[in-house]
Design a protein around this ligand. Sequence first.
Ligand SMILES: CC(C)(COP(=O)(O)OP(=O)(O)OC[C@H]1O[C@@H](n2cnc3c(N)ncnc32)[C@H](O)[C@@H]1OP(=O)(O)O)[C@@H](O)C(=O)NCCC(=O)NCCS
Length: 325
Amino acid sequence: MGIEIIGIGSYLPEKILTNADLEKLVETSDEWITTRTGIKERRIASEIEATSDLAIKAAEKAISKAKISPDEIDAIIVATVTPDMFFPSTSCLVQKGLKAKNAAAFDISAACSGFIYALSIAKDSIKSGTFKTVLVIGSETMSRVTDWQDRNTCVLLGDAAGAVILRKTDSPSDILSSYLGADGNYSDLLYMPGGGSREPATYKTIDERKHFLKMEGNKLFKIAVKAMADSAQKAIALAGLTCNDINLFIPHQANIRIIEAVAKHLDISMEKVFLNIHKYGNTSSATTPVALEEAIIEGKVKKGDIVVLVAFGGGLTWGSVVIKL
Ligand SMILES: CC(C)(COP(=O)(O)OP(=O)(O)OC[C@H]1O[C@@H](n2cnc3c(N)ncnc32)[C@H](O)[C@@H]1OP(=O)(O)O)[C@@H](O)C(=O)NCCC(=O)NCCS
């Protein structure tokens, strides 16, 4: 028995925010952003779009590609740190939007690693026989938690959603392995302090800008490189493979320099690494499914190829999944 990706879809909001636009908002330059991060532009959700709206659009594309009815979906897992609201879960709002009336629905909170966590859970739930058809979505409106006065973070983030549908199959396709990790000791390197049970929203928390993402980029950089390289190696070994067997690496797109350092650590050529950071920046949990769809559309991978998805994010969390397409 294997697991096949029977449909994949993404949604990128129309509005493009360029580095030149950001030069008008904060003290920065296209040259600084491009050389330090690799990002040229990012997408921003419209005022009427929330995370579930992006997720539904990506999921509708995946359902159409899979040629299934929403009734056939047994479970919907949405990875997000920018839910429409605390509760109900964004996945329940997606279930309603898709009219997927037979699906169980729950959210995963693992920041930028969320999609990898969700994919791993979906794989195990299909292998154990709990579900047969699972819709896994990474959807984020990072622009809603971005401090547009903070040049350290506002140049990095963007909005997007990506969705895949997994189904039990007799074909050789499979999710060969996954490896997940976390270290809560570094929880204060990337977080949003306000709005939760520790600091509920008050005029004071708003004045102190606590409802925006805070990040210590420099410290994260070093941990990200080691955690991503390490988790990719562990997932590849669990699949009984080596780096030489991998046709394409799809890393989380937070910083081009992090990606290059991970590739160097793994001793893989950048030709085998998929990049779209220049177009979208860091879209948190949406990054890897959006990149996987683009890699397939652009012909960078074909049926039978081995692909590794690698992510790292707040928590801290990290993880990798090895897929045979
Ligand atoms: C955020 C990041 C791009 C910053 O790059 P960096 O090379 O580490 O830069 P530093 O933080 O050391 O800052 C260098 C200088 O640039 C300045 N700077 C920061 N943002 C800037 C911007 N947008 N424009 C211009 N200057 C900027 C800093 O203020 C600092 O100035 P100083 O030396 O006068 O204090 C980088 O650290 C990074 O990508 N980190 C990891 C991010 C990540 O993985 N996030 C979460 C994973 S999901």
